[in-house]
Ligand binder design. Structure first.
Ligand code: CTP
Length: 425
């Protein structure tokens, strides 16, 4: 019996895939199809799959062409599979010409001509045409614009004053302006990703959320960390009980900025610590412990009282069964790490934890420690745009940051602006 193996993502299965599978099958008697897992695809830079692994497998199954379907999860797996399944022929489309010659050592390698004029990327781009403009300027917007080019079906368009030529906007203005900028966009019928905090008071936040809901629009909180793979997995591990009950969540985010708090300077200098770092630093606290804390204490060091510009702030939260602390600064420096303390062990994310591809679960006995590595592209912004495009498409919003979490973040910021804090000089 001649065994043939082939691999692919097979997102939105199309006739190019089917023709490939038919020809691969005709090369032998038994066809094994390797379907790439979502995580593996991410490491290959394929972040846009519209269908989940299970959906993609189901579609292959339905063709009736595969005698066996396996999942491809890691680099180097092909050699293992060829040996494990006693494969005679490795077949793949000609877009990979030459790339798998190294497998000739293990079996015969055949490149089959790719069907012209069709690809999953084209179908995704056709299905999803989202024109995004930006409101604001500076390096944050430029980064966002750069990242849009990696997401299928999302196109950056310079947006005019009335936003007529776009479907959605990314807002990265000064937080003082977020409320009116978001409102203007939602009233114009545009979906919005806004850098956090979305507003500076809870009532403004409620109004904007209500407006988005009423108009059937997506309003996404732009905390890029929330969308990164390592961070999402860390939440799952923390909530799974691996480290026991969580008793403390401690985060630190600092960046020393020259000219911090000076009037008329650019956004990074004008934005105080609580707005610039507060949302990111509070994210794991609310996502792990919820927003139902019993009390909190805000301690702050103001460097420009008129602007409520805090150069350093520490917030301590007290919950029924846990505590949390966030330390943020623009005129002070500390190790930017995240530690989640549990009754059985702890999770440690090294600095800068907010753009990490790695975390560790540590125990009393170091032999039990485990390290987790994930792909991180574009500091998470790329995944944030993918999530946004998916949310717009499904009309369901995204599950990365709940409204409750966004509201809890806004609430602390509002209290800071109401000067409900203790001051250090
Ligand atoms: N394939 C093909 N003809 C096409 C598209 C794909 O023969 N028009 C083949 C590929 O060469 C590969 C297999 O189908 O052997 C799976 O390809 P995959 O990467 O999943 O499909 P694409 O349509 O190329 O996906 P994308 O646009 O995301 O790269």
């Amino acid at each position: 019996m001649i065994k043939v193996i082939t691999y692919g993502t097979y997102d939105l299965l199309h006739y190019g895939h089917i023709r490939l599978l038919e020809r691969a099958k005709a090369l032998g008697d038994y066809l094994i199809v390797g379907v790439t897992s979502d995580d593996y695809d991410k490491t290959r830079g394929k972040i846009n799959n519209q269908q989940s692994l299970m959906e993609r497998i189901a579609a292959i199954k339905e063709t009736g062409l595969a005698d066996e379907i396996i999942v491809e999860e890691y680099e180097g797996q092909k050699i293992d599979d060829i040996r494990r399944y006693n494969v005679d022929i490795f077949a793949i489309g000609s877009d990979w010409e030459g790339k798998f010659d190294y497998l000739n050592e293990y079996c015969k390698v055949i490149y089959l001509p790719r069907t012209l004029g069709i690809s999953s990327s084209d179908i995704r781009a056709k299905n999803r045409k989202l024109r995004i403009g930006t409101v604001g300027n500076g390096s944050v917007c430029n980064k966002f614009i750069r990242e849009t080019q990696y997401v299928n079906g999302v196109e950056y368009v310079e947006c005019d004053e009335i936003m007529e030529n776009v479907d959605a906007v990314y807002i990265a203005t000064h937080p003082d302006r977020h409320y009116e900028d978001v409102k203007r966009a939602l009233e114009a019928g545009k979906h919005v990703i806004c850098e956090s905090p979305i507003a500076k008071t809870v009532s403004q936040f409620e109004e904007l959320s209500g407006l988005a809901k009423k108009n059937g629009l997506i309003l996404e909180d732009g905390i890029k960390t929330a969308y990164s793979t390592a961070y999402s997995r860390l939440l799952v591990v923390a909530k799974s009980g691996r480290i026991g009950d969580i008793v403390s969540v401690d985060t630190v985010c600092t960046s020393l900025v020259d000219g911090a708090g000076e009037e008329g300077a650019d956004l990074s200098k004008k934005q105080n610590s609580i707005c610039a770092w507060g949302p990111t630093a509070m994210l794991p606290v609310f996502q792990l412990l919820g927003s139902g804390y019993k009390s909190k204490t805000i301690v702050t060091k103001l460097i420009n009282k008129d602007l409520n510009y805090d150069g350093f702030t520490k917030v301590d939260f007290l919950y029924d069964k846990a505590v949390a602390s966030v330390k943020i600064a623009k005129v002070a420096k500390a190790e930017g790490e995240l530690v989640i303390t549990g009754t059985k062990g702890y999770i440690y994310v090294p600095a800068p934890w907010w753009k990490t591809d790695y975390f560790e679960v540590r125990f009393e006995n170091p032999a039990e420690n485990k390290r987790y590595f994930y792909q991180l592209d574009g500091e998470g912004i790329r995944y944030e745009i993918v999530a946004f495009a998916k949310a717009v498409e499904s009309g369901k919003g995204n599950y990365y940051i709940s409204t409750e979490t966004s509201r809890a973040i806004v609430k602390v910021i509002e209290e800071h602006y109401h000067r409900n804090y203790l001051e250090i000089s």
